[in-house]
Design a binder for this molecule. Structure first.
Ligand code: SAM
Length: 163
């Protein structure tokens, strides 16, 4: 498969998994967390598809399309291990949907990031809340969910926080 085809499949899987997660949370109350703003594409998709929810962004250094930069009240800027810890007092047990897209393409860095997310996200999630991730995570307090139809297992990952 060409790298272009692979890239397109990755983006399609990402979009399909986000749409699936939005449907899964249904009317579960709570905000959305976007970990990894990047260019702002998935942030834009989430805010468009969750118009009644607050969307909070976690990003080391904002460098997104100007239309996709959250206001200061919805931005946690800095390394995610620090910002997730800082968010805990305010959001513990309340987040309905979290999307982590922090992959760098460097296996050693990504393994550390996955460990950070696996430890830092669960205490923030509401029971029944959904985590969508570009990397496989390890959550004792969550069940892995199958991807939606059309998304190859292992391409993108979904988890539900147990009650
Ligand atoms: N979802 C984005 C989009 O649709 O445009 C792409 C995200 S990009 C693949 C990954 C982003 O995660 C980068 O902007 C990078 O700065 C951020 N990032 C990676 N590791 C991080 C960390 N440990 N703490 C905070 N941000 C991090």
């Amino acid at each position: 498969m060409s790298r272009l085809d692979s890239f397109l499949r990755r983006l399609q899987a990402q979009r399909d998994c986000l749409d699936h997660a939005v449907a899964l949370i249904g009317s579960l109350p709570g905000p959305v967390f976007e970990l990894g703003l990047g260019n702002g594409r998935t942030y834009d998709h989430l805010r468009e598809n969750c118009p009644d929810r607050e969307v909070f962004v976690f990003e080391r250094k904002v460098c997104a399309h100007p239309d996709c930069v959250p206001d200061a009240e919805h931005l946690f800027e800095g390394p995610v291990d620090k910002t997730l810890a800082a968010a805990r007092a305010r959001f513990a047990g309340r987040v309905a949907l979290a999307h982590a897209d922090l992959g760098s393409g460097r296996p050693d860095v990504d393994a550390r990031t996955a460990a950070t997310i696996s430890a830092g996200l669960p205490p923030l999630m509401a029971p029944g809340g959904i985590i969508v991730s570009d990397q496989e995570l390890s959550f004792p307090a969550a069940e892995a969910l199958p991807p939606p139809a059309g998304v190859q297992p292992g391409r993108y990952f979904l988890y539900r926080r147990l009650g």
